[in-house]
Write a protein that binds this ligand. Structure first.
Ligand SMILES: C=Cc1c2[nH]c(c1C)Cc1[nH]c(c(CCC(=O)O)c1C)Cc1[nH]c(c(C)c1CCC(=O)O)Cc1[nH]c(c(C)c1C=C)C2
Ligand SMILES: C[C@H]1O[C@@H](n2cnc3c(N)ncnc32)[C@H](O)[C@@H]1O
Ligand code: SF4
Length: 450
């Protein structure tokens, strides 16, 4: 990583490009009727992936940037599970046939907060509504502090084969400052339970840039995490947006690492994981060399969606639950974020779409370029433009933000082939942003590029 560039570009507030255009561009002009039309028009033979959002946790982690809320009452979770099942049936009915499912992802919040029987029931509803194959990847986000043996059994019975554990940091000082105390033993016990239940694919989420974090603290977390040998790591830089997420005000800004410290932490973690033979993938992932994500990266079939990097090849992503986002050939849809508004729509027999975006041909071309840059640190503009009936020259001419990146040695252009320099890969968001026709630099509420 080049420290000089971290100084000049690292403070840019840029999107993470989990979609193009990004979610702030979604408009309320797209609602349930549009979504219903899009679903009914899905091409025959289309396969889909499913994302289910469970927006509940028992206690708030102060760094949290996810759509979640604190619940103590289990009846609210039970009611939400019933709404999810109605939504699944409604969407499948609107499609009008049972389509094939490649991936299922339970995210949150904390999906494992559901009663184990409720989880089994929900998976059964999905298997009735869609064609879930034995090879379908079924992944669940897990909070190791609250996972029970009964829930592990429910996941095993339901065919779950991947788990993503929130680890963040093993440092007790950091843990107290983020209101998330989680012992190494708790995490180790959960990994053991999952492996015994044949839930073989394990991912750990780590964060750097948290209050009181240092390079030494990050390296100690990595050392302990490596002892549990997860297949993958996701390593995020803490996104501090207290105007947007009020509970982040509980974090003392005076003890947050500054830009250069964040940069050192990111480098230290990446080097330690690479030293332990993990392959660095895209912006924030690491995987064992034989892991399917490492293979997808090597074979250049890696994709990017709202969950981040994925091996998912489906062209359709159906989102269920409050705030869930879907991606169809026609565009994006997002459900109401508020659980009340979401549930009201579903119980009235309407789809819960609050906003969305209809893609133009130009959006599709730019989305392709940005996805390849985010996934491969490069893009064959000639090839991509040809697929969209466009000219690479015109595209390059419109990308005026590329010029300084080229003169700073961040980007190399070889004819129509664009490549991000190896030592500048942490600036991949800045390179992608050069192709973002919707970027409004005045109105950014995004996290820092580093
Ligand atoms: C599992 C936890 C999630 C994280 N992000 C999302 C989930 C479900 C998805 C998500 N979060 C935001 C958006 C934008 C649109 C919206 O509905 O508000 C989406 C699709 C909001 C958001 N998350 C973060 C920030 C800084 C913002 C607001 C501004 C912005 O859009 O950039 C930070 C953040 N949240 C998560 C991560 C990994 C992360 C940053 C590293 C978790
Ligand atoms: C889903 C994963 O997202 C990460 N996560 C949640 N909130 C934030 C944030 N504000 N900044 C960075 N990463 C975050 C955690 O690592 C969690 O496990
Ligand atoms: S990080 Fe996970 S457990 Fe913590 S509040 Fe956010 S969703 Fe809940």
């Amino acid at each position: 990583m080049r420290a000089d560039l971290a100084v000049s570009y690292g403070d840019e507030r840029l999107p993470r490009y989990t979609s193009y255009p990004t979610a702030p561009h979604f408009s309320p002009a797209i609602g349930g009727d549009t979504y219903a039309g899009w679903l009914a028009e899905l091409p025959a033979g289309a396969s889909a992936s499913l994302y289910l959002h469970v927006p509940f946790c028992r206690e708030m982690c102060w760094y949290c940037g996810c759509h979640t809320q604190i619940v103590r009452r289990d009846d609210l979770i039970a009611a939400y599970q019933r709404t999810l099942r109605s939504e699944i049936v409604q969407v499948a009915d609107t499609i009008g046939r049972r389509i094939k499912v490649e991936h299922i992802h339970f995210g949150g919040g904390t999906p494992t907060i559901m009663a184990p029987e409720a989880f089994v029931e929900l998976m059964a509803t999905m298997r009735q509504a869609f064609f879930v194959l034995p090879t379908t990847e079924i992944a669940v986000e897990i909070d190791p502090r609250t996972l029970t043996a009964d829930m592990v059994e429910a996941m095993r019975l339901s065919g779950v084969n991947r788990a993503s554990l929130g680890v963040q940091s093993f440092d007790p000082v950091v843990q107290r400052a983020i209101n998330r105390v989680q012992s190494f033993e708790q995490t180790a016990c959960v990994v053991d339970m999952l492996r015994r239940a044949d839930i073989a694919g394990v991912n750990f989420d780590l964060i750097y840039g948290l209050p009181h974090q240092t390079v030494a603290s990050c390296l100690d977390t990595v050392r302990r995490a490596l002892a549990l040998a997860p297949d993958r790591f996701s390593v995020f830089g803490y996104a501090h947006v207290p105007d947007f997420k009020k509970h982040q005000r509980m974090i003392n800004e005076a003890v947050l690492p500054d830009g250069p410290a964040r940069h050192d932490q990111a480098c230290a973690i990446a080097n330690a994981l690479k030293e332990a033979s993990y392959v660095q993938i895209g912006l924030d992932h690491f995987a064992r060399p034989d892991d399917s994500m490492a293979v997808a990266f090597q074979e250049r079939t890696l994709r990017r969606n709202f969950q981040g990097y994925t091996t998912d090849k489906a062209e359709v992503l159906l989102g269920f639950g409050a705030s869930a986002i879907g991606h169809l050939p026609q565009g994006y849809v997002q459900n109401h974020v508020q659980i009340g508004a979401y549930a009201q729509c579903i119980s009235a027999g309407r789809l819960a779409t609050a906003k969305g975006y209809g893609l133009t041909d130009d959006d599709r071309l730019r989305a392709d370029i940005i996805e390849r840059i985010m996934c491969e640190f490069g893009a064959d503009l000639g090839d991509i433009c040809a697929r969209h009936g466009a000219e690479p020259e015109a595209m390059l001419k419109s990308a005026s933000r590329l010029k300084p990146l080229i003169s700073d040695g961040v980007v190399r252009l070889d004819g129509d082939k664009l490549a991000v320099a190896r030592d500048s890969r942490f600036l991949v968001r800045s390179v992608a942003a050069a192709f973002d026709a919707h970027l409004d630099p005045g109105k950014q509420l995004h996290s820092r590029a580093v």
